[in-house]
Unconditional design. Structure first.
Lengths: 285, 86
């Protein structure tokens, strides 16, 4: 049996997850009672194992484009088609996780409404083409999350006419399917101060009142779980005892809007559990 | 008069602001437009180029925390207007 780690929990003891801060696209949470290995696997799952919708196939119309009045526009654009296709792919789209992956879909990979979302862009110059010009065809609810992303500029007598197909994918395949950014974690850290040795504790208590963990007559404990920029000065001070607990992890990440942060976390934990179960099953056979 | 920046930009992709930050994947293209507008406002109000502190404040207000995303915006040179005529 492996030696018991410092602060390690008994086997089967409940792992605690506490959400510290939650917005639509941002989350900061704490997990108690895990090892650094599990924390890192959760981080990697959050980065590259969450499914998301992104434009995969783009078909450009080449040749003359005519408007209603019969004016002729040129379909050649200031950027290369490949570059526009790449930019279209990177635009975050609202995602419905009920969609199927294309290779697992009942249509057998040819593309149907259950696994593919079609978009079209039709814009006449002069002017900028923004992500709000991407029109969903078969799923009107799955629009781009950010309407102000510039795609390309058109000058007079230029026009763009493209149709795109978006499919689900995971971040490990291409960065356009990466839902989260800035995924990071740190140990839960405490700054213990004996009031008699260090009189400046009142300054820190005043500046960071939310960071006080506990206070007794002769001792005060701060924690930087929620960042407070004054607390970093404590690293420089003498008579401050800094403790890190390598079983308590403070995570934070943001999403690009295609999924809500809380849904991403929910999916990541289930996905990790599934993968661990698959591993255990294959080992026991 | 604002000096015209020439040459390929520092971020590698030429002409137009990249959609996402190269390092972390945050969408920065839409924030770049807001950054340019805000810089223009400062230029009109004060009559000088935005200082480093003012640029830093704009980026903070846009919620761009990490320096990988900040450099995407600060070091971009938009050249599509020069190339569009060819």
């Amino acid at each position: 049996m492996a030696p018991k780690r410092k602060g390690a929990r008994e086997e089967g003891e409940y792992k605690m997850l506490k959400i510290i801060e939650l917005k639509d696209n941002f989350i900061r949470f704490e997990i108690d009672g895990i090892t650094p290995g599990i924390a890192n696997s959760l981080r990697r799952t959050l980065i590259n194992d969450i499914p998301k919708l992104a434009i995969e196939n783009v078909v450009f119309h080449h040749g003359e484009i005519r408007d209603k009045d019969g004016n002729v526009y040129d379909s050649s654009l200031p950027l290369f088609d490949e570059m526009i296709a790449s930019r279209l792919g990177l635009i975050p789209l609202k995602t419905d996780l009920k969609l199927n992956f294309r290779d697992e879909c009942s249509c057998g990979g040819t593309g149907c409404d259950l696994c593919t979302v079609t978009y079209s862009i039709n814009k006449l110059g002069p002017g900028d083409v923004y992500s709000s010009d991407i029109m969903p065809v078969n799923r009107p609810d799955l629009t781009p999350t950010d309407p102000m992303i510039p795609i390309v500029k058109l000058k007079k007598d230029q026009a763009i006419l493209v149709t795109c197909e978006a499919i689900l994918g995971r971040g490990k395949e291409h960065a356009k399917w990466q839902v989260t950014s800035g995924v990071s974690y740190k140990y839960h850290r405490t700054f213990t101060i004996n009031k008699s040795e260090f009189n400046k504790w009142t300054y820190y208590k005043e500046k960071c009142p939310k960071s006080v963990v506990s206070e007794t007559d002769d001792q005060i404990v701060f924690s930087d779980d929620t960042p407070c920029r004054f607390l970093s000065q404590l690293f420089e001070e003498d008579h401050v005892k800094i403790d890190e607990d390598d079983t308590r992890f403070i995570f934070k990440f943001e999403t690009d809007g295609s999924l809500k942060a809380i849904d991403v976390l929910d999916y990541a934990i289930k996905r990790l559990e599934d993968r661990f179960n698959t591993l255990m099953e294959s080992l026991s056979d | 008069m604002v000096p015209v920046q020439r040459g390929r930009n520092h971020t590698g992709e030429s002409m137009i602001i990249p959609v996402r930050c190269f390092s972390c994947g945050r969408v920065i293209a839409s924030d770049y437009i807001k950054f340019v507008e805000e810089s223009k406002r400062i230029r009109n109000e004060t009559g000088h180029e935005p200082t480093g502190a003012e640029k830093s404040e704009i980026l903070d207000n846009l919620g761009i925390e990490r320096y990988c995303c900040r450099r995407m915006i600060l070091s971009n040179a938009d050249l599509i207007d020069e190339i569009i005529s060819y």
